[in-house]
Design a protein around this ligand. Structure first.
Ligand code: ADP
Length: 143
């Protein structure tokens, strides 16, 4: 199986709930390794650029308001099929549809405040990782 990297965000609602560690534990239990991480408070410009593909959607303004409402944790996860594995750990975008035991089922309250982000394809993973991290900030396993 392919070792991949994916980009992940613990969103402002989950940081406010004090469940960063709970969420990191889920990544680790699933065999994903955190190879880069930092806490940041997104500017509107940074959030708008990150979600540029949604800029024509009716929820875009609310999404940017939410993503800039408090600090987030951004991280790079590495492991076998990391992109799909992380999407499974997160659960469906709408927590009402997320499987039991997923991050969104357990910590999200609504589709607009849904606890976590994860890249949905190799192309988006590459773009999103480089949007937040320089190559010298990523620390792959050395042994
Ligand atoms: P995902 O985060 O699961 O990849 P999308 O890329 O479709 O989902 O959407 C990005 C984010 O935009 C979602 O995580 C959610 O926060 C927000 N969003 C998506 N759809 C809606 C909606 N119908 N109403 C409000 N917010 C939404």
């Amino acid at each position: 199986m392919a070792i991949e990297r994916t980009f992940s965000i613990v969103k402002p609602d989950a940081v406010a709930k004090n469940v960063i560690g709970e969420i990191y534990s889920r990544f680790e239990r699933a065999g994903l390794r955190i190879v880069a991480a930092k806490m940041i408070h997104l500017s509107r410009e940074k959030a708008e650029g990150f979600y540029a593909e949604h800029k024509e959607r009716p929820f875009f303004g609310a999404l940017v308001d939410f993503m800039t409402s408090g600090p987030v944790m951004v991280q790079v996860l590495e492991g076998e099929n990391a992109i799909k594995a992380n999407r499974e750990i997160m659960g469906a975008t709408n927590p009402a549809e997320a499987l039991r035991g997923t991050i969104r089922a357990d910590y999200a309250v609504s589709v607009d405040e849904n606890a976590a982000h994860g890249s949905d394809s190799p192309e988006s993973a590459e773009r999103e990782i480089s949007y937040f991290f320089g190559a010298d900030e990523i620390c792959p396993r050395t042994r």
